[in-house]
Design a protein around this ligand. Structure first.
Ligand code: DAH
Length: 342
C-alpha cells in the first residue's frame, strides 16, 4: 500500500470509466473501485496501517481520489441512463407514415346469414327455434313420418347409416316434427326446426352430402290449408321481395296430406324464363302440406281434434337464388375467395 499504488489505481479507474456504455459494466466498475469492497475504498480505509508521517498525505490524496471517482461515476451513470432512455424511445417509435398491417377478420358464412334471416322472419310470425339431433333413429327419421321400411318413397332420401343398426344421420329435419310434438302435446305448437342434414348423394353443382334445412311446424285447432298458404307467402315475400309472385303446386310427401311445393317467380329473369329456372320462370323454394293424420297421432295429437301444417326449405338453395350462385359446392369448399364476398 503506497501512494504509487494509489495513483496507479486512480489512473486505471479514470481511464476505464469513459469506455463504459452499459449499466451492467458500470456496476462492475463500481464494485471493483469504489464499492464497499472496491480497491480505492479499501485503500482509503487502510490509512491507519501506514507509518504516522505518511498518513496525512496519503489520506488526503486517497479521499480526493475517492470523491473524484464518485462524482465521475455519478455523471457516467446519468449519461448511461439517458442514452438507454433515448434508445428505447427510438425503438418504440411509431412511424405514422407506414401503411397499416391488414388484420384479417372472420365473417359470417352465407348459409348462416340466410339462416339468421329466416329465423328473424319466422320469429316475427311467432315461431320459436326448436333444435333436435343430427343423429336419428330410423323410426323417427322415417317410420313415424309415415314412411314404412319398404315404402318406395324412401328412395327420396339416400341415407348415411352408422355402424349401429337403425341409427342414421338424419336425411331431413322432418323428424324434428315428432320430437316437437312429443314435447308439447297436446298444446299448440309454432316452431321452426333448423339444422344440418345428410344424404348419401353423388356430389354435383346442385347436390351436396350435407346441407341445412329449416323445417316448420304449426299444430293447433282449426289450422287450415289457407293458413299455410298465407304464412308461406308472407315468408317468401319478406325474404325475396314484396312483389315477388308465389305459387303452390300439388306434390307428394308421405308426411303431409295434401302436399305442395312452393315456387317463387324467378328473380334472375323476372319470370320470363332463363337457364336458372329452366325456362319456366319459376324456382322451387320449399315443400309443405297439412300434417298427415298418422304423423299427428305419432306425435301424440288426436287428428280429429287437432290439425297442423308443416314445411321444409333449404337455406343454401335460398342463398343461391338470392345471390345467383350456380354451384352448391362453394358452401362447404372453404374457399375464401367465395366466402369473403359475403
Ligand atoms: N322433408 C322434406 C325433404 O327433405 C321437405 C318437406 C316437405 C318438409 C314437405 C315438410 C313438408 O315439412 O311438409 O325433402
Amino acid at each position: 500500500m503506497s501512494l504509487q499504488e494509489l495513483e496507479r489505481l486512480y489512473t486505471e479507474a479514470k481511464n476505464a470509466l469513459p469506455e463504459i456504455t452499459e449499466a451492467a459494466a458500470l456496476e462492475n466498475w463500481e464494485n471493483k473501485f469504489i464499492g464497499r469492497k472496491g480497491a480505492i475504498t479499501l485503500l482509503v480505509r487502510s490509512v491507519g496501517q501506514l507509518p504516522k508521517e505518511d498518513r496525512a498525505a496519503f489520506g488526503q490524496r486517497a479521499n480526493q481520489i475517492k470523491s473524484e471517482m464518485e462524482s465521475a461515476y455519478a455523471q457516467r451513470a446519468d449519461l448511461i441512463r439517458q442514452r438507454e432512455l433515448a434508445k428505447s424511445l427510438e425503438e418504440g417509435e411509431i412511424d405514422v407514415t407506414l401503411p397499416g398491417r391488414p388484420t384479417p377478420t372472420g365473417g359470417i358464412h352465407p348459409a348462416t346469414q340466410t339462416l339468421r334471416e329466416i329465423y328473424a322472419i319466422w320469429a316475427d310470425m311467432g315461431f320459436q327455434v326448436f333444435r333436435t339431433r343430427e343423429v336419428e333413429d330410423d323410426q323417427t327419421n322415417f317410420e313415424m313420418l309415415n314412411i314404412p321400411p319398404h315404402h318406395p318413397a324412401r328412395d327420396m332420401w339416400d341415407t348415411f347409416h352408422t355402424t349401429t343398426p337403425g341409427v342414421i344421420l338424419r336425411t331431413h329435419t322432418s323428424p324434428g316434427q315428432i320430437h316437437a310434438m312429443r314435447r308439447f302435446a297436446p298444446g299448440p305448437i309454432r316452431v321452426i326446426l333448423p339444422g344440418m342434414c345428410f344424404r348419401y348423394e353423388q356430389i354435383s353443382t346442385r347436390k351436396e352430402i350435407q346441407f341445412n334445412q329449416v323445417e316448420g311446424l304449426a299444430v293447433g285447432h282449426n289450422i287450415r290449408l289457407s293458413d299455410l298458404k298465407g304464412t308461406i307467402t308472407a315468408f317468401a315475400r319478406r325474404i325475396f321481395g314484396e312483389d315477388r309472385k308465389v305459387r303452390f303446386r300439388g306434390s307428394y310427401f308421405p308426411f303431409t296430406e295434401p302436399s305442395m311445393e312452393v315456387d317463387v317467380e324467378c328473380m334472375l329473369c323476372e319470370g320470363k324464363g332463363c337457364s336458372v329456372c329452366s325456362g319456366t320462370g319459376w324456382l322451387e323454394i320449399a315443400g309443405c302440406g297439412m300434417v298427415h293424420p298418422v304423423v299427428l297421432r305419432n306425435g301424440g295429437y288426436d287428428p280429429t281434434v287437432h290439425s297442423g301444417f308443416a314445411f321444409g326449405m333449404g337455406p343454401e338453395r335460398i342463398t343461391m337464388l338470392k345471390h345467383g350462385i350456380n354451384d352448391i359446392r362453394y358452401f362447404w369448399g372453404n374457399d375464401l375467395r367465395f366466402l369473403e364476398q359475403f
